[in-house]
Design a binder for this molecule. Structure first.
Ligand SMILES: [Zn+2]
Length: 81
């Protein structure tokens, strides 16, 4: 029998807390041991801080507008009730 069953080679990514294909993973050696982390998340960290700050602002702005629209809907319900 020459059939080689290809097993799904995945590793647990401590950053995303999920499994990724091993080709997308990188083994990082830290003081506490070695951990697998996906290249995608490492690349994301490498991006400029400015970009991340911009993203953070967008997220908090979105959260704020969502919160205020939710408050508006609650007020509407209460005034109609
Ligand atoms: Zn990951």
């Amino acid at each position: 029998m020459s059939t080689v069953k290809k097993e799904p080679a995945t590793r647990y990514c401590y950053h995303c807390r999920t499994h990724h294909p091993v080709e997308e993973m990188k083994l990082l050696v830290t003081k506490t041991g070695s951990r697998w982390r996906c290249i995608k998340s490492i690349e994301a960290v490498r991006r400029s801080k400015a970009e991340r700050d911009q993203y953070g602002r967008e997220v908090s702005a979105a959260n704020q507008s969502e919160a205020s629209s939710r408050a508006r809907i609650l007020n509407k319900i209460q005034s109609e009730g």
